[in-house]
Design a protein around this ligand. Sequence first.
Ligand code: DC
Length: 211
Amino acid sequence: MVAIDGPAGAGKSAVSRRVAAELGVPFIDSGMFYRAVAWLGLEEGVASDDVVRLVEIATRPRLRIAGEKIFFEDRDLTADIHRPEINDNLSAISQVAAVREAINRRQRRLAESGVVMAGRDIGTVVFPDTPHKFFLTASLDERVRRRLAQKERRGEQADADEMEREIADRDVADSTRLVAPLKPAPDAVIIDTDGLDLDQVVAKILEQIRR
Ligand code: DC
């Protein structure tokens, strides 16, 4: 079990995907669960403080991850969960302890056979006992640049100022929430990825794991 945490745009997904491939285990992006609960809640008109209904959504057996996609019943939600209109709901539901606990249980079940999991609280809360914990950081400027490039590759439009605001807002929401705030575990290896390319970050992590 390898935990890779950090703020939005620090490169967690790209790095985790590569580390998982090198180790021959699945990569799980834990943010997909939070996003899917936020999306389905929005779609079904559930208030972001309706804990009972949100937990019901988070525990649905028909909500499932397959590779890097997430499905509810036969519907692929992967594109919808990245739409900007979920952002307010996403920050709100990420603060609900009971929703987090429901998602944590699913994450622990998925990891039984060994995975690389990326998120905000994987090393601090979900798998505090794993010896392999990494915390990726990068400056806000660099993270905005990476997210813009990612959008461009997908053929989507993005405004730099708006992207900077969105990431900065999410940094504040993720780091200041009372439950499972974004922070490095005391025993995490912190990697500042400014000025490092993907290969260099992956190499650092693999070297540390193999040590
Ligand atoms: O990684 P991401 O940007 O897709 O995550 C979206 C949001 O989900 C993030 O801003 C907060 C929440 N999240 C969380 O609270 N804990 C995690 N382990 C992963 C994501």
